[in-house]
Write a protein that binds this ligand. Structure first.
Ligand SMILES: Cc1cc2nc3c(=O)[nH]c(=O)nc-3n(C[C@H](O)[C@H](O)[C@H](O)COP(=O)(O)O)c2cc1C
Length: 414
């Protein structure tokens, strides 16, 4: 350790010293991380993550506006010298009420991003959810994050979902602590940014793509070292010794419709452990999930990536939480960017939340250091926001008073 690192942190350093303090100074929020990530990533890869559904912008910003509209009415005069940020989820204790949402094909943005995030989540003791279409296989990710590993399933309808069920059994075998079934991808959507950028996996090396790659030499070198992004969880179903091309073709041909309640009921019989449905927006769907024996719902609009007309998940959350009334765990994602957003979600009815892009931009911007940077940011911000709101624990945060002007209250049957 250098002499500077041994010096105690000065005022304004958030208790950090050395490199961590330096990164905190340069990248205090999501915004700086995303801006830096943009400079380091070819546009086809950047927009794959940054873009939304349809013409790409509305729902994404709508999520943000809805989150910003939620105000916490603080209580003062409370002793907040001891703030406890730990959260229990399905009987396991985590350091924070926020985890890493499943994100597929993120190795295209920064090779090995899956592994970096899994290791950071393990270190910080927060849940890490691996996507079906991760670029690192579930066996390796589970070994990097044995205490916090979850698996997310996209249905593979072929052969009456034989592959879906096999993936579930494999997730059980590698010790996943939870299974998330993604419902909100019933069909592939037209993602206009990807079309405009000519994004195809494996990459098609058209002149504009080559130019973009040449403009980002650090990304190019790293990608060259790691090769084209692959989908190792699916390789065994493709047959032979499949290359990137064959696996990508398999994804295109076989992952073209979503999970139905009928299939979910079958998975409930196979999977022994916490079962969560992801992408819930309507209280009646939340109710169906509980009736089928699911343990939790993740209220999400996929970070605005699937349906431009979808409401913001923070706005549908209260009605869903009220519908379930404690019968199942309620979680939220979509535009959780900071500890303040985590606190907003808890106060609006969530027991736990997940974030995708906050973690993604951190790694795209900072590489290996990005995962730890983002978990430290959430820790500092959740602590600070709890104290400022006058709450000392997740349970107290869930009872905080909020103004939530856009909350959508649906009556069953509407
Ligand atoms: C690049 C990217 C890839 C994603 N891939 C998946 C996926 O494979 N499975 C899934 O259920 N959700 C996927 N999502 C959605 C996230 O799990 C999560 O719902 C979303 O990112 C939350 O919004 P946020 O990015 O604003 O936090 C993906 C999101 C991004 C940004």
């Amino acid at each position: 350790m250098s002499q500077t690192q041994n010096k105690p942190a000065g005022w304004g350093q958030g208790g950090l010293t050395g490199r961590a303090a330096e990164l905190r100074r340069r990248f205090p929020t999501f915004r700086e991380l995303q801006e830096h990530a943009e400079t380091r990533t070819p546009s086809f890869a950047y927009w794959f993550a940054a873009g939304g559904a349809g013409d790409g912008a509305p729902n994404h910003s709508h999520n943000r506006e809805a989150m910003d509209a939620v105000r916490i009415v603080p209580r003062y005069g409370v002793d907040v010298s001891q703030v406890n940020t730990t959260a229990t989820l399905f009987g396991r204790s985590y350091a924070l009420p926020v985890g890493v949402a499943p994100m597929g094909n993120i190795g295209m943005i920064w090779p090995e991003m899956d592994a970096i995030l899994a290791a950071a989540a393990q270190k910080a003791r927060i849940p890490y959810v691996s996507s079906t279409v991760a670029n690192v296989g579930m066996e390796r990710l589970a070994s990097l994050a044995p205490d916090v590993f979850w698996f997310q399933l996209y249905g593979v309808p072929r052969d009456n979902h034989a592959i879906s069920f096999d993936l579930v059994r494999r997730a059980q075998a590698v010790g996943a602590h939870g299974l998330m079934l993604t419902l909100d991808v019933p069909a592939r959507q037209k993602r206009v940014h990807d079309i405009r950028n000519g994004l195809v996996v494996p990459f098609k090396f058209r002149p504009d793509v080559i130019l973009e790659i040449m403009r980002h030499p650090r990304w190019a070198l790293r990608s060259l070292r790691h090769g084209q992004p692959r989908f190792p969880n699916l390789a065994k179903y493709v047959g032979g010794n499949p290359g990137a091309q064959e696996i990508a073709a398999f994804v295109q041909q076989n992952m073209n419709s979503g999970l139905t309640w009928e299939v979910i009921a079958k998975i409930r019989d196979i999977w022994q452990g916490p079962l969560v449905v992801k992408g819930i927006q309507h209280p009646e769907d939340a109710e169906l999930a509980v009736q089928l024996g699911c343990d939790g719902v993740l209220v999400s609009n996929h970070g605005g990536r699937q349906f431009d007309a979808a409401p913001a998940s923070i706005d549908t959350l209260p009605a869903i939480a009220a519908q379930l009334a404690g019968r199942a765990t309620v979680m939220l994602d979509s535009s959780v960017r900071s500890g303040l957003d985590v606190t907003r979600a808890l106060a609006a009815g969530a027991d736990f939340c997940f974030s995708g892009r906050a973690f993604l931009w951190a790694v795209a911007a900072l590489g290996e250091e990005g995962g730890d940077h983002q978990t430290a940011a959430f820790l500092e911000e959740v602590r600070g926001t709890f104290a400022q709101s006058g709450v000392r624990s997740v349970e107290e945060a869930q009872r905080a008073t909020i103004l939530h002007p856009n909350a959508i209250w649906l009556q069953q049957g509407n």
